[in-house]
Design a protein. Structure first.
Length: 262
């Protein structure tokens, strides 16, 4: 006999909790009182027109703004309940747990191998066998191992753009983060490379929490479980991707999604 009980989606734990986040560039306020929860082992996409605050917001999630003079961050970002902006919190440790992949591939002018093991070596790992294992594991997770396993001692700069971006992802994965932030990781890539990055993101959420800024609503619809819409520094709406794209609660979200502006 078939069950008549409704199918429910398991509630995911909150990995990141953002509360009343404000970001200022000097006197200009780029993010205004933004609050949202980022669920564990899911992909959350940030969408909105250029200049709306998406990249500013995502960089606040692992204290990247600490490295930029003149930027002030107020509010709370909690990782597993701990405020990453707490007085006794080491930002280096936070960036170890919350990795970042940038818009354009930025491999170091080193070998493929040295790129992947750079982080673990900085953190004190020196055993060659373990470093080799870290390298292979990172490249496999980034779906790049089969393409470069015979070229590990060649320059990373000789890779294609899409391969370089996956190498940068492998470099992030090598330090075993819990959250991966991606700031338009495929915007500089061709369609084939973009497809590989999107497939990879789908695999990564099994083990990691992913937050991605994207300028492409089609990409957000394809790869994300949750979507948040930013406009002029305000977080207008957040919900499941299907809800935001088919039944937005705010007229401004609907106008953006339907192409009336942006």
């Amino acid at each position: 006999m078939l069950s008549t009980e409704p199918v429910t989606t398991p509630v995911r734990a909150t990995k990141l909790e953002v509360k009343d986040l404000n970001v200022f560039y000097g006197e200009f306020q780029a993010i205004k009182d933004a609050s949202m929860d980022v669920p564990e082992n899911r992909v959350t996409a940030l969408i909105g027109p250029s200049g709306c605050g998406k990249s500013t917001f995502i960089r606040a999630l692992n204290r990247m703004h600490d490295l930029s003079p003149g930027v002030t961050v107020k509010g709370h970002v909690r990782l597993d309940g701990q405020d990453i902006y707490g007085k006794d919190v080491d930002p280096v440790t936070i960036r170890h747990r919350i990795g970042m992949v940038f818009q354009r591939p930025n491999p170091f002018p080193k070998t493929i191998y040295e790129n992947v093991v750079y982080g673990p070596k900085i953190h004190g790992l020196s055993d060659r066998r373990k470093l080799a294992e870290v390298c292979e594991r990172g490249l496999r997770r980034a779906a790049l191992w089969d393409e470069v396993k015979d070229r590990l001692n060649e320059s990373a700069l000789d890779l294609s753009g899409g391969q370089q971006q996956r190498l940068c992802i492998a470099r992030v994965l090598a330090v075993e983060p819990e959250v991966i932030l991606m700031d338009e990781p495929a915007s500089a890539l061709d369609p084939i490379a973009t497809s590989k990055i999107e497939d990879l993101i789908g695999e990564l959420k099994r083990d990691y929490t992913v937050v991605i800024v994207t300028h492409s609503m089609q990409q957000a619809a394809r790869i994300s479980d949750f979507t948040s819409f930013f406009l002029l520094g305000d977080l207008i709406e957040i919900g499941t991707t299907s809800e935001v794209f088919t039944k937005p609660k705010d007229k401004r979200t609907e106008d953006y999604i339907t192409g009336r502006y942006g």
